[in-house]
Design a protein around this ligand. Structure first.
Ligand code: AMP
Length: 584
Protein backbone atom coordinates (compact mmCIF):
# COMPACT_ATOMS: atom_id res chain seq x y z
CA UNK A 1 0.00 0.00 0.00
CA UNK A 2 2.69 2.52 -0.85
CA UNK A 3 2.58 3.10 -4.55
CA UNK A 4 0.89 5.55 -6.86
CA UNK A 5 -1.35 2.73 -8.10
CA UNK A 6 -2.92 2.24 -4.69
CA UNK A 7 -3.38 5.97 -4.21
CA UNK A 8 -5.16 6.12 -7.55
CA UNK A 9 -7.31 3.15 -6.53
CA UNK A 10 -8.46 4.97 -3.40
CA UNK A 11 -9.19 8.20 -5.25
CA UNK A 12 -11.13 6.31 -7.89
CA UNK A 13 -12.99 3.88 -5.67
CA UNK A 14 -12.73 5.49 -2.24
CA UNK A 15 -16.44 6.26 -1.91
CA UNK A 16 -17.27 2.70 -2.89
CA UNK A 17 -14.73 1.41 -0.37
CA UNK A 18 -16.36 3.58 2.33
CA UNK A 19 -19.83 2.30 1.45
CA UNK A 20 -18.63 -1.30 1.65
CA UNK A 21 -16.82 -0.77 4.92
CA UNK A 22 -19.75 0.89 6.63
CA UNK A 23 -22.39 -1.47 5.19
CA UNK A 24 -20.50 -4.52 6.42
CA UNK A 25 -19.28 -3.02 9.67
CA UNK A 26 -20.36 -5.93 11.88
CA UNK A 27 -18.92 -8.64 9.66
CA UNK A 28 -15.66 -6.74 9.25
CA UNK A 29 -15.36 -6.36 13.01
CA UNK A 30 -15.99 -10.05 13.65
CA UNK A 31 -13.51 -11.10 10.98
CA UNK A 32 -10.95 -8.72 12.34
CA UNK A 33 -11.24 -10.04 15.89
CA UNK A 34 -11.02 -13.60 14.64
CA UNK A 35 -7.90 -12.88 12.60
CA UNK A 36 -6.20 -11.06 15.46
CA UNK A 37 -6.89 -13.95 17.82
CA UNK A 38 -5.88 -16.72 15.42
CA UNK A 39 -2.58 -15.00 14.85
CA UNK A 40 -1.84 -14.00 18.39
CA UNK A 41 -3.48 -16.50 20.75
CA UNK A 42 -0.06 -18.06 21.30
CA UNK A 43 1.62 -14.84 22.45
CA UNK A 44 2.82 -14.66 26.03
CA UNK A 45 0.18 -12.08 26.88
CA UNK A 46 -2.90 -13.71 25.36
CA UNK A 47 -2.03 -17.36 25.97
CA UNK A 48 -2.55 -16.86 29.72
CA UNK A 49 -6.22 -16.20 29.11
CA UNK A 50 -7.08 -19.18 26.93
CA UNK A 51 -7.28 -22.86 27.81
CA UNK A 52 -5.96 -25.15 25.08
CA UNK A 53 -8.70 -26.16 22.64
CA UNK A 54 -11.04 -23.33 23.65
CA UNK A 55 -12.70 -21.16 21.02
CA UNK A 56 -10.70 -17.98 21.43
CA UNK A 57 -13.26 -15.65 19.98
CA UNK A 58 -16.05 -16.94 22.19
CA UNK A 59 -13.93 -16.63 25.29
CA UNK A 60 -12.28 -13.36 24.40
CA UNK A 61 -14.76 -11.17 26.25
CA UNK A 62 -14.99 -13.32 29.35
CA UNK A 63 -11.29 -14.12 29.71
CA UNK A 64 -9.27 -11.18 28.44
CA UNK A 65 -9.29 -8.25 30.85
CA UNK A 66 -9.95 -4.64 29.90
CA UNK A 67 -6.72 -2.77 30.56
CA UNK A 68 -5.12 0.64 30.61
CA UNK A 69 -1.67 1.60 29.39
CA UNK A 70 -0.22 1.18 32.87
CA UNK A 71 -1.34 -2.47 32.94
CA UNK A 72 0.53 -3.39 29.77
CA UNK A 73 3.51 -1.07 30.23
CA UNK A 74 5.72 -3.85 31.65
CA UNK A 75 5.22 -5.87 28.44
CA UNK A 76 5.89 -2.83 26.27
CA UNK A 77 9.02 -2.00 28.26
CA UNK A 78 10.34 -5.51 27.66
CA UNK A 79 9.86 -5.12 23.90
CA UNK A 80 11.49 -1.69 24.04
CA UNK A 81 14.39 -3.24 25.93
CA UNK A 82 15.03 -5.80 23.24
CA UNK A 83 13.15 -9.01 24.05
CA UNK A 84 12.16 -10.47 20.72
CA UNK A 85 9.85 -13.33 21.71
CA UNK A 86 6.14 -13.04 20.91
CA UNK A 87 5.24 -11.02 23.96
CA UNK A 88 2.22 -9.06 22.75
CA UNK A 89 2.12 -9.84 19.07
CA UNK A 90 3.13 -12.76 16.88
CA UNK A 91 4.67 -10.63 14.12
CA UNK A 92 7.67 -8.44 14.83
CA UNK A 93 6.93 -5.03 16.27
CA UNK A 94 8.64 -2.73 13.78
CA UNK A 95 8.49 0.51 15.72
CA UNK A 96 6.68 2.41 18.45
CA UNK A 97 4.32 5.30 18.05
CA UNK A 98 4.70 7.94 20.72
CA UNK A 99 1.49 9.38 21.99
CA UNK A 100 1.88 13.09 22.52
CA UNK A 101 1.51 12.78 26.26
CA UNK A 102 0.59 16.38 26.77
CA UNK A 103 -1.65 15.53 29.68
CA UNK A 104 1.54 16.04 31.65
CA UNK A 105 2.77 12.45 31.62
CA UNK A 106 5.58 10.96 29.59
CA UNK A 107 4.64 9.84 26.07
CA UNK A 108 3.20 6.36 25.91
CA UNK A 109 4.91 3.91 23.56
CA UNK A 110 2.37 2.20 21.35
CA UNK A 111 3.60 -0.87 19.45
CA UNK A 112 3.23 -0.80 15.69
CA UNK A 113 3.73 -3.36 12.94
CA UNK A 114 4.40 -2.67 9.29
CA UNK A 115 1.01 -4.11 8.35
CA UNK A 116 -1.02 -2.04 10.78
CA UNK A 117 0.87 1.11 9.80
CA UNK A 118 0.03 0.54 6.16
CA UNK A 119 -3.64 -0.07 6.93
CA UNK A 120 -3.83 3.24 8.73
CA UNK A 121 -2.39 5.19 5.85
CA UNK A 122 -5.62 4.75 3.96
CA UNK A 123 -7.45 7.02 6.42
CA UNK A 124 -5.98 10.41 5.39
CA UNK A 125 -6.70 9.55 1.77
CA UNK A 126 -10.32 8.76 2.56
CA UNK A 127 -10.63 11.97 4.58
CA UNK A 128 -9.26 13.97 1.67
CA UNK A 129 -11.58 12.24 -0.74
CA UNK A 130 -14.69 12.95 1.34
CA UNK A 131 -13.71 16.60 1.71
CA UNK A 132 -13.18 16.98 -2.00
CA UNK A 133 -16.56 15.36 -2.71
CA UNK A 134 -18.38 17.68 -0.32
CA UNK A 135 -16.61 21.00 -0.83
CA UNK A 136 -16.48 22.22 -4.38
CA UNK A 137 -13.25 23.71 -5.62
CA UNK A 138 -11.03 21.80 -3.21
CA UNK A 139 -9.51 19.81 -6.02
CA UNK A 140 -8.63 22.95 -7.91
CA UNK A 141 -5.75 24.16 -5.85
CA UNK A 142 -3.36 23.42 -3.04
CA UNK A 143 -3.72 22.78 0.65
CA UNK A 144 -1.78 25.00 2.98
CA UNK A 145 -1.34 22.54 5.82
CA UNK A 146 0.97 23.40 8.68
CA UNK A 147 2.58 20.08 9.49
CA UNK A 148 5.46 19.45 11.86
CA UNK A 149 7.63 16.58 12.99
CA UNK A 150 9.34 15.69 16.22
CA UNK A 151 12.72 13.96 16.58
CA UNK A 152 12.55 10.19 16.74
CA UNK A 153 13.79 8.41 19.79
CA UNK A 154 15.63 5.12 19.79
CA UNK A 155 14.63 2.52 22.37
CA UNK A 156 17.36 0.30 23.92
CA UNK A 157 16.31 -2.47 21.50
CA UNK A 158 17.12 -0.22 18.54
CA UNK A 159 13.45 0.18 17.60
CA UNK A 160 12.52 3.74 16.76
CA UNK A 161 9.76 5.58 18.58
CA UNK A 162 8.19 8.54 16.85
CA UNK A 163 4.91 10.32 16.43
CA UNK A 164 2.52 8.66 14.03
CA UNK A 165 2.53 11.77 11.85
CA UNK A 166 6.33 11.98 11.81
CA UNK A 167 6.54 8.45 10.46
CA UNK A 168 3.69 9.10 8.05
CA UNK A 169 5.27 12.25 6.57
CA UNK A 170 8.34 10.20 5.70
CA UNK A 171 6.44 7.55 3.74
CA UNK A 172 6.22 7.32 -0.02
CA UNK A 173 2.44 7.24 0.21
CA UNK A 174 2.47 10.73 1.73
CA UNK A 175 5.20 12.00 -0.59
CA UNK A 176 3.50 10.60 -3.70
CA UNK A 177 -0.01 11.40 -2.52
CA UNK A 178 -1.19 14.25 -0.31
CA UNK A 179 2.16 16.06 -0.25
CA UNK A 180 1.80 16.79 -3.96
CA UNK A 181 -1.27 18.88 -3.20
CA UNK A 182 0.27 20.73 -0.25
CA UNK A 183 2.02 24.08 -0.50
CA UNK A 184 4.72 23.16 2.03
CA UNK A 185 7.73 21.46 0.47
CA UNK A 186 8.35 18.14 2.18
CA UNK A 187 11.75 19.28 3.49
CA UNK A 188 10.18 22.19 5.34
CA UNK A 189 7.74 19.77 7.00
CA UNK A 190 10.54 17.37 7.95
CA UNK A 191 12.77 20.11 9.39
CA UNK A 192 13.30 19.31 13.07
CA UNK A 193 13.55 22.97 14.06
CA UNK A 194 9.88 23.91 14.49
CA UNK A 195 10.55 27.64 14.17
CA UNK A 196 12.39 27.39 10.87
CA UNK A 197 9.79 24.91 9.67
CA UNK A 198 6.89 27.22 10.61
CA UNK A 199 8.55 30.25 9.00
CA UNK A 200 9.24 28.46 5.71
CA UNK A 201 5.77 26.93 5.58
CA UNK A 202 4.14 30.33 6.17
CA UNK A 203 6.37 31.95 3.59
CA UNK A 204 5.40 29.32 1.04
CA UNK A 205 1.73 29.67 1.93
CA UNK A 206 1.95 33.42 1.31
CA UNK A 207 3.91 33.12 -1.92
CA UNK A 208 1.40 30.64 -3.29
CA UNK A 209 -1.62 32.47 -1.84
CA UNK A 210 -3.62 32.45 -5.06
CA UNK A 211 -3.40 28.66 -5.32
CA UNK A 212 -4.42 27.92 -1.74
CA UNK A 213 -7.92 26.42 -1.48
CA UNK A 214 -7.64 24.88 1.99
CA UNK A 215 -5.76 25.88 5.13
CA UNK A 216 -5.30 23.61 8.08
CA UNK A 217 -3.33 21.70 10.65
CA UNK A 218 -3.92 18.50 12.58
CA UNK A 219 -5.26 20.19 15.70
CA UNK A 220 -6.79 23.67 16.00
CA UNK A 221 -4.21 24.64 18.63
CA UNK A 222 -1.49 24.41 15.98
CA UNK A 223 -3.34 26.67 13.59
CA UNK A 224 -3.99 29.20 16.36
CA UNK A 225 -0.30 29.12 17.14
CA UNK A 226 0.65 29.57 13.51
CA UNK A 227 -1.52 32.68 13.22
CA UNK A 228 0.20 34.10 16.30
CA UNK A 229 3.54 33.34 14.61
CA UNK A 230 2.32 35.21 11.54
CA UNK A 231 1.44 38.17 13.75
CA UNK A 232 4.99 38.19 15.06
CA UNK A 233 6.77 37.61 11.74
CA UNK A 234 4.68 39.11 8.94
CA UNK A 235 7.01 42.09 8.49
CA UNK A 236 10.03 39.83 8.04
CA UNK A 237 8.04 37.52 5.76
CA UNK A 238 7.02 40.52 3.62
CA UNK A 239 10.61 41.68 3.47
CA UNK A 240 11.72 38.24 2.21
CA UNK A 241 8.99 38.36 -0.43
CA UNK A 242 9.93 41.93 -1.41
CA UNK A 243 13.65 41.18 -1.81
CA UNK A 244 13.41 37.55 -2.92
CA UNK A 245 15.97 36.72 -0.25
CA UNK A 246 15.38 34.19 2.53
CA UNK A 247 16.29 35.35 6.05
CA UNK A 248 19.76 34.21 7.12
CA UNK A 249 18.52 32.59 10.31
CA UNK A 250 16.88 29.88 8.21
CA UNK A 251 20.00 27.78 8.44
CA UNK A 252 18.64 24.31 7.78
CA UNK A 253 20.21 23.37 4.41
CA UNK A 254 17.24 21.26 3.26
CA UNK A 255 14.83 24.11 4.03
CA UNK A 256 17.02 26.67 2.24
CA UNK A 257 17.29 24.36 -0.72
CA UNK A 258 13.53 23.73 -0.85
CA UNK A 259 12.76 27.44 -0.51
CA UNK A 260 15.17 28.33 -3.32
CA UNK A 261 12.73 26.90 -5.84
CA UNK A 262 9.78 28.83 -4.38
CA UNK A 263 11.28 32.16 -3.39
CA UNK A 264 12.85 32.70 -6.78
CA UNK A 265 12.59 36.46 -7.36
CA UNK A 266 11.65 39.72 -5.67
CA UNK A 267 7.87 40.20 -5.60
CA UNK A 268 7.36 43.75 -4.28
CA UNK A 269 3.71 43.96 -5.33
CA UNK A 270 2.80 40.81 -3.46
CA UNK A 271 4.76 42.03 -0.44
CA UNK A 272 2.88 45.37 -0.49
CA UNK A 273 -0.46 43.62 -0.67
CA UNK A 274 0.30 41.28 2.24
CA UNK A 275 1.71 44.18 4.24
CA UNK A 276 -1.42 46.21 3.64
CA UNK A 277 -3.62 43.34 4.85
CA UNK A 278 -1.50 42.60 7.92
CA UNK A 279 -1.17 46.27 8.89
CA UNK A 280 -4.90 46.42 9.50
CA UNK A 281 -5.46 46.78 13.22
CA UNK A 282 -8.13 44.14 13.31
CA UNK A 283 -7.25 40.71 12.03
CA UNK A 284 -10.88 39.70 11.75
CA UNK A 285 -11.22 37.62 8.57
CA UNK A 286 -7.46 37.74 7.91
CA UNK A 287 -7.44 34.21 6.48
CA UNK A 288 -10.01 35.14 3.86
CA UNK A 289 -8.02 38.28 3.04
CA UNK A 290 -4.66 36.58 2.75
CA UNK A 291 -5.92 33.47 0.98
CA UNK A 292 -8.92 34.61 -1.05
CA UNK A 293 -9.56 31.22 -2.68
CA UNK A 294 -9.74 29.27 0.59
CA UNK A 295 -12.86 27.10 0.79
CA UNK A 296 -12.39 25.68 4.27
CA UNK A 297 -10.23 25.58 7.37
CA UNK A 298 -9.44 21.97 8.22
CA UNK A 299 -8.38 21.23 11.78
CA UNK A 300 -9.72 19.16 14.65
CA UNK A 301 -11.98 21.51 16.60
CA UNK A 302 -13.90 19.05 18.76
CA UNK A 303 -13.27 18.04 22.37
CA UNK A 304 -10.71 20.23 24.10
CA UNK A 305 -9.97 21.87 20.74
CA UNK A 306 -13.41 23.48 20.73
CA UNK A 307 -11.97 26.32 22.80
CA UNK A 308 -10.28 27.53 19.57
CA UNK A 309 -13.50 27.73 17.57
CA UNK A 310 -14.24 31.41 18.30
CA UNK A 311 -10.66 32.38 17.47
CA UNK A 312 -10.60 30.47 14.18
CA UNK A 313 -14.04 31.77 13.26
CA UNK A 314 -12.79 35.27 13.96
CA UNK A 315 -9.69 34.89 11.79
CA UNK A 316 -11.58 32.88 9.17
CA UNK A 317 -14.23 35.52 8.52
CA UNK A 318 -16.95 33.03 7.61
CA UNK A 319 -14.85 30.26 6.03
CA UNK A 320 -16.29 26.90 7.15
CA UNK A 321 -14.37 25.07 9.87
CA UNK A 322 -13.98 21.37 9.11
CA UNK A 323 -13.07 18.87 11.80
CA UNK A 324 -11.97 15.96 9.63
CA UNK A 325 -11.26 12.93 11.78
CA UNK A 326 -10.86 11.49 15.22
CA UNK A 327 -8.30 9.05 16.50
CA UNK A 328 -5.32 8.46 18.67
CA UNK A 329 -1.87 6.95 18.50
CA UNK A 330 -3.45 3.62 19.38
CA UNK A 331 -6.00 3.55 16.56
CA UNK A 332 -7.99 5.67 14.20
CA UNK A 333 -11.63 5.81 15.33
CA UNK A 334 -13.51 7.58 12.62
CA UNK A 335 -13.83 10.21 9.95
CA UNK A 336 -16.28 13.04 9.37
CA UNK A 337 -18.51 12.22 6.42
CA UNK A 338 -20.26 15.59 6.57
CA UNK A 339 -17.33 17.98 6.57
CA UNK A 340 -19.55 21.04 6.38
CA UNK A 341 -21.46 20.35 9.56
CA UNK A 342 -21.10 23.04 12.22
CA UNK A 343 -18.22 22.41 14.68
CA UNK A 344 -20.54 21.60 17.58
CA UNK A 345 -22.59 19.18 15.46
CA UNK A 346 -19.66 17.17 14.12
CA UNK A 347 -20.09 13.40 14.18
CA UNK A 348 -17.42 10.95 13.12
CA UNK A 349 -18.22 7.61 11.48
CA UNK A 350 -16.35 4.59 12.77
CA UNK A 351 -14.08 2.91 10.23
CA UNK A 352 -14.55 -0.74 11.18
CA UNK A 353 -11.33 -1.94 9.59
CA UNK A 354 -9.08 0.19 11.80
CA UNK A 355 -9.39 -1.83 15.04
CA UNK A 356 -11.81 -4.07 16.86
CA UNK A 357 -13.94 -1.67 18.87
CA UNK A 358 -15.80 -2.20 22.12
CA UNK A 359 -17.73 0.44 23.98
CA UNK A 360 -17.91 0.76 27.75
CA UNK A 361 -21.21 2.42 28.69
CA UNK A 362 -20.70 5.62 30.62
CA UNK A 363 -23.32 7.35 32.69
CA UNK A 364 -23.19 10.86 31.38
CA UNK A 365 -26.53 12.35 32.26
CA UNK A 366 -26.36 16.08 32.43
CA UNK A 367 -24.39 16.88 35.55
CA UNK A 368 -23.39 13.24 36.02
CA UNK A 369 -19.79 12.32 36.59
CA UNK A 370 -18.89 10.26 33.61
CA UNK A 371 -15.83 8.57 35.05
CA UNK A 372 -17.57 7.13 38.08
CA UNK A 373 -19.63 4.46 36.44
CA UNK A 374 -17.58 3.27 33.51
CA UNK A 375 -15.91 0.34 35.17
CA UNK A 376 -19.06 -1.29 36.53
CA UNK A 377 -20.70 -1.75 33.15
CA UNK A 378 -20.03 -4.43 30.58
CA UNK A 379 -18.77 -3.25 27.20
CA UNK A 380 -20.89 -3.70 24.10
CA UNK A 381 -19.64 -4.24 20.59
CA UNK A 382 -20.16 -1.98 17.61
CA UNK A 383 -23.44 -3.62 16.60
CA UNK A 384 -25.02 -2.98 19.99
CA UNK A 385 -24.35 0.65 20.76
CA UNK A 386 -27.43 2.79 21.31
CA UNK A 387 -28.05 6.22 19.85
CA UNK A 388 -27.83 8.94 22.49
CA UNK A 389 -25.67 6.89 24.87
CA UNK A 390 -22.14 7.67 26.02
CA UNK A 391 -19.31 5.17 25.83
CA UNK A 392 -15.64 4.98 26.59
CA UNK A 393 -13.85 3.47 23.63
CA UNK A 394 -11.88 0.23 24.04
CA UNK A 395 -9.73 -1.11 21.20
CA UNK A 396 -8.13 -4.37 20.18
CA UNK A 397 -5.61 -3.50 17.51
CA UNK A 398 -3.65 -5.11 14.74
CA UNK A 399 -0.47 -4.42 16.69
CA UNK A 400 -0.71 -5.98 20.12
CA UNK A 401 -3.26 -4.05 22.18
CA UNK A 402 -6.10 -6.14 23.55
CA UNK A 403 -9.19 -4.58 25.13
CA UNK A 404 -7.29 -1.39 25.74
CA UNK A 405 -9.00 1.70 27.17
CA UNK A 406 -7.97 4.68 25.10
CA UNK A 407 -9.49 7.07 27.62
CA UNK A 408 -11.87 8.96 25.32
CA UNK A 409 -15.61 9.24 25.79
CA UNK A 410 -17.87 9.31 22.74
CA UNK A 411 -21.59 9.89 22.33
CA UNK A 412 -23.33 7.80 19.69
CA UNK A 413 -25.37 10.08 17.45
CA UNK A 414 -26.53 7.73 14.69
CA UNK A 415 -25.40 5.23 12.11
CA UNK A 416 -24.01 5.52 8.63
CA UNK A 417 -25.12 2.27 7.02
CA UNK A 418 -24.17 -0.17 9.80
CA UNK A 419 -21.35 1.90 11.27
CA UNK A 420 -21.95 3.97 14.41
CA UNK A 421 -21.42 7.69 14.28
CA UNK A 422 -20.30 9.56 17.34
CA UNK A 423 -19.50 12.94 18.79
CA UNK A 424 -16.24 13.28 20.67
CA UNK A 425 -17.17 14.13 24.25
CA UNK A 426 -14.10 14.30 26.41
CA UNK A 427 -10.82 12.85 27.42
CA UNK A 428 -11.91 10.64 30.28
CA UNK A 429 -9.08 10.98 32.70
CA UNK A 430 -8.63 14.72 32.85
CA UNK A 431 -10.07 15.96 36.09
CA UNK A 432 -9.74 18.74 38.58
CA UNK A 433 -10.12 17.20 41.97
CA UNK A 434 -10.29 18.41 45.52
CA UNK A 435 -11.63 16.19 48.25
CA UNK A 436 -14.65 14.29 46.89
CA UNK A 437 -15.15 16.58 43.94
CA UNK A 438 -14.07 15.45 40.50
CA UNK A 439 -14.61 17.94 37.73
CA UNK A 440 -14.06 16.64 34.21
CA UNK A 441 -12.81 18.42 31.14
CA UNK A 442 -16.37 18.54 29.87
CA UNK A 443 -17.75 20.00 33.12
CA UNK A 444 -15.11 22.71 32.94
CA UNK A 445 -15.61 23.48 29.29
CA UNK A 446 -19.40 23.75 29.73
CA UNK A 447 -18.98 26.10 32.70
CA UNK A 448 -16.49 28.32 30.89
CA UNK A 449 -18.65 28.42 27.76
CA UNK A 450 -21.46 29.87 29.87
CA UNK A 451 -19.27 32.33 31.76
CA UNK A 452 -17.56 33.80 28.72
CA UNK A 453 -20.95 34.89 27.32
CA UNK A 454 -20.73 37.79 29.78
CA UNK A 455 -17.58 39.03 28.05
CA UNK A 456 -18.75 38.78 24.46
CA UNK A 457 -20.94 41.92 24.37
CA UNK A 458 -17.91 43.85 25.66
CA UNK A 459 -15.88 42.75 22.62
CA UNK A 460 -13.61 40.60 24.79
CA UNK A 461 -12.48 37.20 23.49
CA UNK A 462 -11.36 34.28 25.57
CA UNK A 463 -8.65 32.74 23.39
CA UNK A 464 -7.44 29.83 25.57
CA UNK A 465 -7.84 28.53 29.08
CA UNK A 466 -6.41 26.10 31.54
CA UNK A 467 -6.81 25.34 35.21
CA UNK A 468 -5.34 23.63 38.23
CA UNK A 469 -6.36 22.58 41.69
CA UNK A 470 -4.47 24.74 44.15
CA UNK A 471 -4.16 22.74 47.34
CA UNK A 472 -1.19 24.65 48.74
CA UNK A 473 -3.61 26.32 51.16
CA UNK A 474 -6.41 24.72 53.10
CA UNK A 475 -9.13 24.67 51.97
CA UNK A 476 -7.94 24.31 48.39
CA UNK A 477 -9.49 25.98 45.40
CA UNK A 478 -9.73 25.63 41.65
CA UNK A 479 -7.79 28.25 39.72
CA UNK A 480 -8.62 29.13 36.13
CA UNK A 481 -6.20 30.79 33.72
CA UNK A 482 -7.83 32.78 30.93
CA UNK A 483 -6.01 34.47 28.07
CA UNK A 484 -8.13 37.42 26.97
CA UNK A 485 -7.87 39.89 24.14
CA UNK A 486 -10.04 42.50 22.46
CA UNK A 487 -11.93 41.27 19.41
CA UNK A 488 -10.41 43.71 16.95
CA UNK A 489 -6.83 43.65 18.23
CA UNK A 490 -4.42 41.92 20.54
CA UNK A 491 -4.79 44.66 23.14
CA UNK A 492 -5.43 43.66 26.66
CA UNK A 493 -9.03 44.42 27.62
CA UNK A 494 -9.83 46.71 30.51
CA UNK A 495 -10.84 44.30 33.23
CA UNK A 496 -13.83 45.28 35.29
CA UNK A 497 -13.54 43.44 38.63
CA UNK A 498 -17.31 43.12 39.00
CA UNK A 499 -17.68 41.46 35.62
CA UNK A 500 -14.76 39.13 36.14
CA UNK A 501 -16.16 38.10 39.51
CA UNK A 502 -19.46 37.45 37.82
CA UNK A 503 -17.63 35.07 35.44
CA UNK A 504 -16.16 33.23 38.44
CA UNK A 505 -19.63 32.95 39.92
CA UNK A 506 -21.13 31.55 36.72
CA UNK A 507 -18.40 28.91 36.51
CA UNK A 508 -19.02 27.80 40.09
CA UNK A 509 -22.77 27.90 39.60
CA UNK A 510 -22.39 25.55 36.62
CA UNK A 511 -20.45 22.95 38.56
CA UNK A 512 -22.38 20.05 40.01
CA UNK A 513 -23.99 19.27 43.31
CA UNK A 514 -20.86 17.73 44.88
CA UNK A 515 -18.80 20.82 44.12
CA UNK A 516 -21.44 23.16 45.42
CA UNK A 517 -21.95 21.27 48.65
CA UNK A 518 -18.21 21.07 49.29
CA UNK A 519 -17.93 24.76 48.59
CA UNK A 520 -20.87 25.51 50.89
CA UNK A 521 -19.33 23.36 53.60
CA UNK A 522 -16.03 25.24 53.31
CA UNK A 523 -14.12 22.20 52.03
CA UNK A 524 -13.34 24.04 48.79
CA UNK A 525 -12.77 27.78 48.79
CA UNK A 526 -13.85 30.41 46.28
CA UNK A 527 -12.77 29.83 42.70
CA UNK A 528 -9.97 32.08 41.45
CA UNK A 529 -9.66 33.44 37.91
CA UNK A 530 -6.22 34.59 36.75
CA UNK A 531 -6.21 36.59 33.53
CA UNK A 532 -3.00 36.31 31.52
CA UNK A 533 -1.77 38.51 28.69
CA UNK A 534 -1.87 37.65 24.99
CA UNK A 535 0.89 35.16 24.05
CA UNK A 536 1.21 33.53 27.48
CA UNK A 537 -0.31 30.28 26.28
CA UNK A 538 2.14 30.22 23.37
CA UNK A 539 4.90 30.27 25.96
CA UNK A 540 3.18 27.33 27.64
CA UNK A 541 3.23 25.47 24.33
CA UNK A 542 6.96 26.26 23.92
CA UNK A 543 7.51 24.94 27.41
CA UNK A 544 5.80 21.62 26.66
CA UNK A 545 7.54 21.34 23.29
CA UNK A 546 10.89 21.84 25.06
CA UNK A 547 9.89 18.97 27.35
CA UNK A 548 9.28 16.68 24.39
CA UNK A 549 5.67 17.38 23.32
CA UNK A 550 5.04 17.59 19.62
CA UNK A 551 4.01 20.93 18.19
CA UNK A 552 1.79 19.30 15.58
CA UNK A 553 -0.29 17.30 18.04
CA UNK A 554 -0.15 19.73 20.91
CA UNK A 555 -3.24 19.83 23.07
CA UNK A 556 -3.11 22.53 25.73
CA UNK A 557 -3.66 20.78 29.03
CA UNK A 558 -7.05 21.78 30.33
CA UNK A 559 -5.84 20.98 33.85
CA UNK A 560 -2.22 21.57 34.82
CA UNK A 561 -0.32 19.17 37.00
CA UNK A 562 3.15 20.68 36.59
CA UNK A 563 4.27 23.39 38.99
CA UNK A 564 6.59 24.81 36.35
CA UNK A 565 3.66 25.25 33.96
CA UNK A 566 1.64 27.03 36.66
CA UNK A 567 4.60 29.31 37.40
CA UNK A 568 4.95 30.12 33.73
CA UNK A 569 1.29 31.12 33.40
CA UNK A 570 1.55 33.13 36.62
CA UNK A 571 4.33 35.18 34.99
CA UNK A 572 1.88 36.34 32.33
CA UNK A 573 -0.80 37.25 34.88
CA UNK A 574 -2.36 40.70 34.60
CA UNK A 575 -5.26 40.34 37.01
CA UNK A 576 -6.74 37.98 39.54
CA UNK A 577 -10.37 37.70 40.59
CA UNK A 578 -12.36 35.57 42.99
CA UNK A 579 -15.85 34.28 43.19
CA UNK A 580 -17.83 35.95 45.98
CA UNK A 581 -16.93 34.10 49.20
CA UNK A 582 -20.53 33.95 50.25
CA UNK A 583 -21.86 32.58 47.03
CA UNK A 584 -23.16 29.32 48.39
P1 AMP B 1 -2.31 11.22 20.55
O1 AMP B 1 -2.46 9.75 20.74
O2 AMP B 1 -1.27 11.78 21.43
O3 AMP B 1 -2.19 11.62 19.13
O4 AMP B 1 -3.64 11.90 21.07
C1 AMP B 1 -4.86 11.34 20.73
C2 AMP B 1 -5.92 12.02 21.54
O5 AMP B 1 -6.26 13.27 20.94
C3 AMP B 1 -7.19 11.22 21.54
O6 AMP B 1 -7.14 10.16 22.46
C4 AMP B 1 -8.19 12.31 21.89
O7 AMP B 1 -8.20 12.55 23.28
C5 AMP B 1 -7.62 13.52 21.15
N1 AMP B 1 -8.30 13.63 19.86
C6 AMP B 1 -8.00 13.02 18.71
N2 AMP B 1 -8.89 13.32 17.74
C7 AMP B 1 -9.78 14.14 18.30
C8 AMP B 1 -10.95 14.79 17.84
N3 AMP B 1 -11.38 14.69 16.59
N4 AMP B 1 -11.63 15.56 18.71
C9 AMP B 1 -11.20 15.72 19.98
N5 AMP B 1 -10.11 15.13 20.48
C10 AMP B 1 -9.41 14.34 19.66
Amino acid sequence: MAGEKEIKEIYENGMKILEELTSNAHEIQEQMLEEILIRNAGTEYLSRFFVHGQNHKQNFKTNVPIVTYEDIKPYIDRIANGETSSILFADPITQFIQSTGTSEGKPKLIPMTAESFEKRMVKPLLVDLVMKKCISGLDQGKSFYLFFVKPEMETPSGLMASLYTTTYFKTQIFKNGLAKFCTSPIDTILCLDNKQSMYCQLLTGLLLRDEVVRIGSSFASVLARSIKFLEDYWKELCSNIRTGYLSDWIADPACRNAMSSILTRPEPELADLIQQICEDKSWEGIIKELWPEVKCISSIVTGSMSQYIPLLEFYGGGIPLVSPNCGSSEACFGINLKPLSKPFDVSYTILPNMAYFEFLPVNNDVGGKSHETTTVNKPVDLANVKIGRYYEVVVTTLAGLYRYRVGDVLKVTGFYNKSPQFQFVERQNVVLSIDLDKTTELDLSKAITKAKLVLEPLGIMLTTYSSYADTSLTPGRYVLFWELKMKGSNDLPKLDAKIMEECCGIVEESFDFTYKSLRKGGVISALELRVVKHGTFDELMDFYVSKGASISQYKPPCCLKSEEAVKLLNLGMVGTFFSPKTMF
